[in-house]
Design a protein. Structure first.
Length: 361
């Protein structure tokens, strides 16, 4: 089976997810995999960029997206010819992106089926481009099957009527490693280092975190960083006023993520809603403690994870989770057995993909 994995996001977790998935599938017996990324993807500027068999120019902002979308009908034929030249059995969208309708049209013209890995069945408040879910639904409607990363997503896809008797494959989100595993938590010998990292948007529960810190009260034994990109808001000002908290409202380049995770002892995921979390996957790979709310797919992702503390999505729950890490942290060995690898996850997925793309006569 020869597959194309595509992900046309420019930065964030999408391109990395696509790369790791393609690498994992390439290591499965009787499976070969090639990758398509946007030429402007941040990860391609890394010291060891991945091999990209099908680079595609996408956009750099809303004006260029509008122009690219308007010209898309004139690009379908050329893209279809490039797809035919790769001699594929099918394609897999690693994470939907706004210009995927161009790939859908080219795959259809080339006579190639595709599947879509669905990360979010609903738009998060304040997240994404206009029409993001409309574009995703159109992509999903043309797919030969769907892949859900959690039961939470699988249920929502069924509720939305998007399955339509098509195969629904289940996959997992293995840990993201951003460089070598850092020293264990608290190895620095100083105050507990708490990190809330990611897009600074309402669904991340920044208000729950701020109020949870107020419940916990000032602590001389805790240092807190809130790092990520988002609109300025009263809750960020509230966090800035809390003793021991620094707020860094900025985009964090991929090259900095390893050092940022290594700085932290514990990551807080104070989400009000979640499908699953790339930050959680990165924290697990870095062997960090995690305090996370029991919402959506986070419960599935972190249940049984020895270094995770799950709590109710209320300020008192977050305060209790942090107090647990301060006073009685999980005893898991940070150098313990490896979690599910991308190759293992890809191996299970490949067997199901083969049934969809290469049906027996």
């Amino acid at each position: 089976m020869r597959l194309l994995v595509w992900q046309w996001g420019r930065r964030g977790a999408g391109p990395r997810f696509g790369i790791e998935l393609a690498r994992g599938l390439s290591q499965v017996a009787d499976t070969s995999c090639v990758l398509s990324l946007a030429t402007g993807a941040e990860i391609l500027r890394a010291d060891d960029p991945p091999a990209v068999a099908l680079p595609v120019r996408t956009y750099s902002g809303l004006p260029s997206f509008a122009l690219r979308a308007a010209l898309a009908p004139f690009s379908v034929g050329r893209l279809a010819a490039r797809l035919r030249a790769l001699q594929l059995d099918g394609a897999l969208c690693a994470m939907p992106a706004p210009l995927d309708f161009l790939m859908r049209a080219a795959l259809h013209r080339a006579g190639l089926p595709y599947l879509v890995v669905v990360h979010d069945a609903d738009a998060h408040p304040g997240d994404g481009l206009p029409l993001q879910m409309t574009l995703q639904h159109r992509l999903v409607q043309g797919a030969a099957g769907l892949v859900a990363l959690s039961d939470h997503i699988a249920v929502r896809l069924a509720e939305q009527g998007l399955l339509r008797d098509r195969p629904l494959l289940r996959a997992s989100h293995p840990p993201f490693a951003f460089g070598p595993t850092p020293l264990p938590p608290r190895a620095h010998g100083g105050r507990l280092r708490v990190l809330l990292f990611g897009r600074l948007l309402p669904y991340k529960g920044l208000d729950l975190f701020a109020d949870g810190l107020a419940v916990l009260g000032p602590r001389d034994d805790m240092e807190i960083r809130v790092v990520g990109h988002g609109p300025e808001s009263p809750v960020l000002d509230q966090l800035r006023r809390h003793p021991g908290v620094t707020v860094e409202n900025r985009w964090v380049p991929e090259a900095e993520l390893g050092a940022l995770l290594g700085w932290a002892d514990v990551l807080v995921l104070s989400h009000r809603e979640a499908s699953q979390s790339g930050v959680a996957a990165a924290a697990i790979a870095a062997r960090r403690w995690v305090v996370a709310t029991r919402v959506g797919g986070l419960t599935e992702q972190l249940s049984g994870e020895p270094m995770a503390v799950l709590c109710d999505a209320v300020p008192a729950g977050i305060a209790a989770g942090l107090r647990r890490v301060l006073e009685d942290p999980p005893r898991a060995d940070p150098h313990g057995p490896e979690r599910t690898t991308w190759q293992e996850a890809a191996g299970k997925l490949a067997a199901e993909l083969r049934e969809v793309l290469l049906p027996r006569p």
